[in-house]
Design a protein around this ligand. Structure first.
Ligand code: SF4
Ligand code: SF4
Length: 94
């Protein structure tokens, strides 16, 4: 039969889920942000950071590129850009 199984707990903070991203990533435009925090609250990876207007950003180490942050932003201040876009560094969406 089977012996006891031990599974190491895991979460997205331990696993760099950004490596799963293949097509697009969020680019924070920092033009019309009103700091409503909807992007931060809806992100399934908890990888959006920020407090002040026009200062939110996504940690690309964990962003999966799902795009819900861009969809929910009431000011359309987040653009989904091609993964290979040179718009900004690979590290952060700011
Ligand atoms: S695309 Fe936006 S909502 Fe999706 S994981 Fe990346 S930062 Fe989070
Ligand atoms: S959802 Fe848009 S307006 Fe709201 S905090 Fe995020 S970037 Fe700013």
């Amino acid at each position: 039969m089977f012996g006891p199984l031990t599974v190491k707990p895991s979460n997205s903070k331990g696993d760099k889920t950004g490596s799963w991203r293949t097509q697009s990533r969020p680019h924070y435009l920092h033009k019309d942000c009103i700091a409503c925090k909807m992007c931060l609250m809806i992100c399934p990876e908890g990888c959006v950071h920020g407090k002040e207007k026009n200062a939110f950003w996504a940690d690309y180490n964990f962003c999966k590129g799902c795009g819900v942050c861009a969809d929910i932003c009431p000011k359309k201040d987040i653009a989904m850009v091609a993964e290979e876009s040179p718009i900004e560094s690979k590290g952060e969406g700011r």
